[in-house]
Structure formats: structure tokens, C-alpha cells
Design a protein around this ligand. Structure first.
Ligand SMILES: C[S@@+](CC[C@H](N)C(=O)[O-])C[C@H]1O[C@@H](n2cnc3c(N)ncnc32)[C@H](O)[C@@H]1O
Length: 270
């Protein structure tokens, strides 16, 4: 593929999704485009690129972006954020929301749902006092395929073997041969939507806790700043943001860094 086409594709993906594809990812882009050509009506790469250049909302860009995302995830990934959630964040939030009796949690870039269901399991197992509260746990991802998987809630043996304690596997999953389905209770505690977190978020939506783990690491600095701007608008003033290795305070000075045990969290500056 010529340089002009490659630059056009990299820049458009970054503008649309926030995802940064450095020059060394050219092989990956070309590889994914070839796969789309093979499974589509386009005879060759050039005609596919011509169609992409028309910039129509025909799902072609979404397919390409979906093919370029990294969906790596696991239950209770990295553990420490979940310890912080159970031991510090939730107890404080429950006290702060005693009157409203409502908690809103976002799992942004939720991939196949392991993070979102881990949050639901942590709440169900550790906070029986929330049973008569409104607890909204929303998982969003740019990939329709991932959202489909979240809504189905079926995992392979290898997936439940990663990070999920046996006691939780027994309590929250039903085994069917080599697959494990999330039980109805966890399904009713969670909901999933396909969303691009770079776009403006629905107005009036407010979250007490936002998990945005291992997502911004794939974004350009511009994309990271756009998402943090969206979070700033939609995180409760006393809310918590949990990232992966990124430093929100360096990217956006409305955030300050705090440490809870071995986890780093971000809060809005007063
Ligand atoms: C590596 S996974 C992280 C999953 C989970 N948060 C974790 O820490 O295990 C990154 C996810 O972010 C999603 N993603 C990438 N860009 C996105 C965007 N602009 N809007 C929403 N989700 C996005 C990808 O589809 C992918 O499922």
C-alpha cells in the first residue's frame, strides 16, 4: 500500500476511535485490510480504500477499527484495583450515597465483559446492604462483537481459569460442557452498550466510579485527552477513576492521583 493511503487510514482511525497506530503497525493495518477484502465484495485493496475514502457510514470503518482493537482481558485483572474497590472505594461511596441509595459504575472499554462482571461479583459478594439500592453497572465498548459476547455471557474454560477464584466460578457460572455461562443474577446487575468513548457521552449521565483500564494505552495523546475530558464531564465530583498504567494527572490537570493499597486511582480536583 502506498504511503498516502497508509497515512490516510492511520489518521482516520485515530480521529474516529482515539487509537494510535504508529508507523510500525503498517503491517497490521495491511493485514487486517486484506482480511476484509477476502471476506467482502471488494475485488482488491485499492477498491476497498477507495470506498473508505468516500467516508460513508456503511460500517466499513467500524469493521476495520474492530479488527485493529486489542481485546485482551481477564476476570479481576491485576487484582489491586478490585481490592481498592472492595476495601475502600465502595465503603466510602456507600456512605456518601446513603440518602440517594444509587450507585452508577462504568466499565469503559469492557472487551468481552470480564471486568464488568468482576465488578458485579465484587458487589454481590461483599455488599449485601446494596440489594435494595439501584446499582447500575454499565459496560461499553466500541466493538459490537465484544458487546454481543458480554450480553451472551458465555466463557471458555481458558477464560474462567484466568483470574476467577473457584468459589466465584461455582457461585456465578453454570457449566455446560466446556463453556461457562454467567448466571441470571449477574446479568440483571449489568447492562452493555456499544459506544465509542471518544464521542460525546450522553448528556446528564453521571458515574460514581469509572473503570477505564488498559484502554487509553492504545490511544494517541489527543485521544487520551478527549476521553479524559468526557470523563471530567461525567464523573461525580467525589467519584473515582481507575486506569491502567496511564497517568491521568499528567494528561489533564483536573485529575489528582491517589493511592489505595497498591492501586492508583484518580479523583477530580476540588
Ligand atoms: C485491552 S481491552 C481492555 C479490557 C478491560 N478494560 C481490561 O482492562 O481487561 C481494550 C478494549 O477497549 C476497547 N476500545 C478501544 N477503543 C475504544 C473506543 N474508542 N471506545 C470504546 N471502547 C474502545 C477495545 O475494543 C477493547 O475491547
Amino acid at each position: 500500500m502506498n504511503n498516502g493511503n497508509m497515512t490516510f487510514i492511520r489518521e482516520t482511525i485515530e480521529r474516529r476511535s482515539g487509537i494510535a497506530l504508529d508507523e510500525d503497525k503498517a503491517y497490521l493495518i495491511e493485514n487486517r485490510l486484506e482480511a476484509i477484502v477476502e471476506s467482502s465484495e471488494y475485488p482488491d485493496l485499492d477498491s476497498l480504500i477507495n470506498q473508505l475514502r468516500l467516508n460513508q457510514e456503511d460500517g466499513l470503518w467500524s469493521r476495520l477499527i474492530e479488527a485493529l482493537t486489542t481485546n485482551e482481558t481477564s476476570f479481576f485483572r491485576d487484582l489491586h484495583p478490585f481490592f481498592a474497590l472492595e476495601r475502600d472505594i465502595l465503603p466510602k461511596m456507600i456512605e456518601a450515597r446513603e440518602e440517594d441509595r444509587q450507585l452508577r459504575i462504568l466499565s469503559a472499554g469492557c472487551s468481552s465483559g470480564q471486568e464488568t462482571f468482576s465488578i458485579a461479583m465484587a458487589i454481590d459478594a461483599g455488599f449485601p446492604q446494596l440489594t435494595d439500592w439501584t446499582v447500575d453497572i454499565l459496560g461499553v465498548d466500541i466493538s459490537p462483537e465484544m458487546i454481543d459476547r458480554c450480553q451472551t455471557g458465555v466463557y471458555k474454560q481458558l477464560e474462567v481459569q484466568r483470574g476467577l477464584p473457584a468459589i466465584k466460578l461455582l457461585k456465578y457460572f453454570k457449566q455446560d460442557g466446556l463453556t461457562f455461562s454467567i448466571n441470571e443474577q449477574l446479568k440483571t446487575m449489568t447492562r452493555f452498550e456499544q459506544r465509542n468513548i471518544v464521542d460525546a457521552w450522553p448528556s446528564g449521565e453521571r458515574f460514581d466510579i469509572i473503570f477505564l483500564r488498559n484502554v487509553l494505552i492504545y490511544f494517541s495523546q489527543e485521544g487520551q485527552k478527549t476521553v479524559l475530558h468526557n470523563i471530567r464531564e461525567h464523573l461525580a465530583p467525589d467519584g473515582y477513576l481507575l486506569l491502567g498504567v496511564e497517568n491521568a494527572a499528567e494528561l489533564d490537570d483536573s485529575f489528582q492521583r491517589e493511592t489505595i493499597g497498591q492501586a492508583t486511582v484518580y479523583r477530580l480536583r476540588p
